[in-house]
Design a binder for this molecule. Structure first.
Ligand SMILES: NC(=O)CC[C@H](N)C(=O)O
Length: 380
């Protein structure tokens, strides 16, 4: 629920966490009320990509970088057609954006899209609180006459939780569409959209892949009607434990041994399809500076992340599954969370993080090349 008026900067705002902790600041973006899961993002740049990443649907994003909005808003960097975050928390928004690509200020964009935010609060204290106590529900309330704290807290505690939330269909395309290959077309890929970021099909198109983006509800028949060389499962919001339909579609793809690649939600779905569980992390990984080791090469890469859940798979031995053996191929060096899965007996793999790098370092771009190699191998 959001309402908006302009000229918000002097309007009071309160952020209320479900455990009763509150932070008082000023309205940023639209004035109104919003609820979501409070999570923090440690990226120092890339705020447009963060705001427009559909995986942030129903989350209130706290930026740990104190200055946000410095380069304004351009028309090139969004990862989808709208802002998806449920709310936005910034310590000290830029007063004057400056960049050759900037078209408008971030504040204006948040107002135009009805996104309620808060500024002028101690985002370091809030982030430390979330680290200690874990991600939790939150409300932002702004306006000149606000309800009392007890009322606000009761409303926050009525908001839906992220655990158990089935959200992919709310953000995914309703109609299939095609992203053409750039240059000569070498492969056809069916990409299941569970909340796909725009850069992902682009990274495939750059490698000669014609990408058929299909709705989250697509069936195995829809996929195989395209006679694809490979199948891709995208990132997306919500709890992977609810993703029963994509898990069953993926099992068909595994049975048919079609080359398969998954990113983020797609990694969690591969985990489930293989019989592993998923669980909620205490506060998740969000940002563009997370160290991951590719255990197949030993190399360490700095990577972009946005996940609050993870796959529960054994780190140190291959596991037998109905689809052959699987290994944990990638691991987060901060906390040993599973960051990638690789099947040893058939052409399928996935990563929990974001090789499309929007925003983020390009260290993991090789994963798209690995997908191409799997498809080449299948043809040979
Ligand atoms: N970016 C994603 O795909 C996120 C996956 C899932 N919603 C999570 O929070 O872990």
């Amino acid at each position: 629920m959001t309402t908006s008026t302009r000229g918000a900067s002097k309007v009071p705002a309160v952020l209320v966490l479900e455990d009763g902790r509150t932070f008082r600041g000023r309205a940023y973006g639209a004035v109104g009320v919003t609820f979501g899961e409070a999570v923090f993002n440690t990226g120092m740049s890339g705020y447009q990509e963060t705001l427009t990443d559909p995986s942030y649907h129903r989350q209130v994003v706290v930026m740990t970088a104190p200055h946000v909005g410095n380069t304004g808003v351009n028309d090139e960097d969004p990862e989808s057609g709208r802002i998806w975050v449920a709310g936005y928390v910034v310590r000290d928004p830029a007063r004057i954006p400056s960049n050759w690509r900037s078209r408008r200020s971030l504040d204006e964009e948040l107002v135009a899209q009805g996104v309620v935010g808060i500024s002028g609060i101690d985002t370091r204290a809030l982030t430390r609180h979330l680290r200690e106590s874990g991600a939790m529900r939150v409300g932002i309330f702004s306006g000149n006459s606000l309800p009392d704290e007890g009322t606000m807290l009761a409303e926050v505690r009525q908001a839906p939780e992220m655990q158990g939330a089935d959200l992919a269909a709310e953000v995914a395309t309703k109609e299939a569409y095609v992203v053409p290959a750039i240059g000569a077309k070498k492969f056809t890929v069916a990409a299941i959209d569970l909340g796909i970021k725009g850069m992902t099909p682009h990274r495939m198109a750059e490698r000669g892949i014609e990408v058929h983006v299909l709705p989250a509800t697509a069936t195995a028949e829809d996929i195989y009607a395209l006679d694809p060389d490979g199948v891709f499962f995208s990132n997306g919001p919500g709890d992977p434990a609810t993703a029963d339909h994509p898990v069953s579609v993926m099992r068909t793809v595994l049975e048919r041994k079609t080359p398969l690649f998954g990113i983020c939600f797609g990694n969690q779905i591969l985990g489930r399809a293989l019989g592993f569980g998923t669980y909620k992390l205490k506060y998740g990984h969000r940002g563009i500076n997370q160290p991951v080791q590719d255990r197949t090469t030993g190399k360490v890469e700095v990577t972009a992340h946005n996940h609050g859940f993870a796959v529960d798979a054994p780190l140190d031995a291959a596991t037998d599954t109905p689809y052959g053996r699987v290994e944990v191929s990638h691991v987060c060096l901060n906390d040993n969370v599973v960051e990638g899965l690789q099947l040893l007996d058939q052409p399928a793999f996935s990563v929990q993080y974001h090789p499309e790098a929007a925003a983020g370092p390009h260290d993991a771009a090789y994963l798209f090349d690995r997908f191409v190699k799997l498809m080449e191998g299948q043809r040979a």
